[in-house]
Write a protein that binds this ligand. Sequence first.
Ligand SMILES: [Zn+2]
Length: 132
Amino acid sequence: MKLPRNILDELIAVAKKTQPEEGCGILAGRDGEITEFFEMENVAHSSEWFELRPEDQFRVVKDIRAKKLKMLGIFHSHPASPARPSELDIQHAFYPDCLYFILSLEDEANPTLKAFTIIEDEVARKTFEIID
Ligand SMILES: [Zn+2]
């Protein structure tokens, strides 16, 4: 999976803007390359949990299809914990084909982004490439 640097910068900006709550959104693209980030409201407004509004999700998925792209990733931030899926993240991971991107602001000067697949409670770290 390839992630353009400008989108990485956007993810960091959203995470910083929404803290102490978790920030979230959907990543889309094609051929293993992310081309768009859709920032979404964390309707849980929680520092330990995120939830997307079903209507928002439906709208974004429609938009992605209209642009002939695919949903490739689900993004959320961890304002004060490491970049790995929490128990709740694992329980609510319903997209085995997507990468779960988690950005940790635990060390605010050095935001850490990691990607995982979560398939039937099985978490696997995945590598991705930042491209310019
Ligand atoms: Zn999480």
